[in-house]
Design a protein around this ligand. Sequence first.
Ligand code: NAD
Length: 515
Amino acid sequence: MSTEFKNTPLIDFSDEENRRKMEDAISKVESELGKEWSLIINGKRIKCRDQFFSRNPSDYEQIIGIYQKADQQRAVMALDAAIKTFETWRFAPAEERAEYCFKIVDLMRENRFKLAAWMILEVGKSWVEADADVAEGIDLIKFYAHEVLRYAAEQPLTKVAYEESELRYIPLGAGIVITPWNFPIAILGGMTAGAFAAGNTVVLKPSSDAPGVARKFMEILEKANLPPGVVNLVTGAGSDIGDTLVIYPQTRFISFTGSKEVGLRINEHASRISMGQKWIKRVIAEMGGKNAIIVDTEADLDSAVEGVVASAFGYSGQKCSACSRAVVVSDVYDDFIERLIERTKKIKIGPAKYYENWMGPVINLKALASIMDYVEIGKREGRLLYGGRRINGNGNFIEPTIIDNLDRRATICQEEIFGPVLSIIKAQDFKDAIEIANDSEYGLTGSVYSENQEKLDLAKDLFHVGNLYFNRKCTGALVGVHPFGGFNMSGTDSKAGGRDYLLLFTQAKSISKKI
Ligand code: NAD
């Protein structure tokens, strides 16, 4: 049952016993690879005419599994199941919904190594990153369970002598949850649980690069006895079924995390009213980033180097929060660059299934080609300082890449690359550094390294991002501590893992009785 919310500690892999457990989990998951998996609609296993493969990005000859490619008919079938189930689930008491979440959390804890192993193999996360993803997923679901109870409690209203009043947060309806591949437990689990914990039903459309992890999450929901139809899993191409799911008149909300292009398309489609539609669809869209870390003259340079390397190259730069621009004030520029290159040389790259590899592959061949195109553009726009090559082999490995001598408006300083490519921009002084950092259509995360409190105070006022950090990396938001979501083209600032999040999945009903 509910206790006070606390963040889940990460697993210590310097402990031999923990390393052995993870190796065992990876072997176990490897023995389960290559199977065919169904859609899950209203608790039933459903097959489709077409299928697709999910592959290990560290070794693309290894097939993770075979998944169903849903067509529009299956998409509508899933929506109808969610719409029908809403008629009962909407009346499930808050305590019951919270209890399902706590049960799911317990099962995730029991399966912690296995869930991480699926991610290591399917999306190429290092052990530490995979464990952090599971821990974040646990935290988000636990946090939302507490939140459901808070929203169900009596809400503070101004009292008047002649009426008794109450305010209830009620669910919206049946909605769509569309998720990216890069946090296949944390983001997928958090978005899905946030929606159903608030009393809604869901059609879950995971990324085609991470359907296996999504399937494992569904198994956990089933083991927790979440009623059939509350969450319906539909795998397949977003380009085939995305529009159908969004445009459907009875779709009440769309909760999306992914690229700016797809998010804007969803927003546009959702704003058009279909025949028979009775509401304005709610769109929650969390999108890309072009995040900057400012390195000031009064920074601890070694710590800044550590923060930039972790933020830019952790999970091969494939986090929405990743640092893709280091903005360095000119007086410390040469010193910083020298230390950064020395540190980057020490990064160990290779298949994610081996603990010693700190950096794994990029997600797929399309991403690899797109990132390498940006590297070529970067070489023309600036000076290649380090890396820039693909590493030969069976996986999608790219060297951590650093490019400097760049204009702040250069393509590689403006467009999201979503790979291990860091642009370095020289600033004249601290104010110029903030202007450079803000010179982006995005506004997700940012960080400043400086020991000068006045400069940090200036950054608090001027650095326009949803998640601002000082003297630490710009990745690694903790549930409850750093509610997460960005400004401008980074999205609708939903602040996942914060106290405002569940409000997005509810509507408030004011009820008064004359006395
Ligand atoms: P993507 O936009 O390519 O895909 C995201 C999801 O949208 C997938 O499930 C995909 O199948 C689906 N989709 C594709 N076309 C669709 C359509 N027409 N209609 C409906 N759905 C459709 O993104 P991705 O490559 O999976 O993820 C990487 C992106 O996600 C990056 O831009 C990254 O910055 C962003 N991201 C943002 C956050 C955040 O919190 N702001 C977190 C993680 C990732």
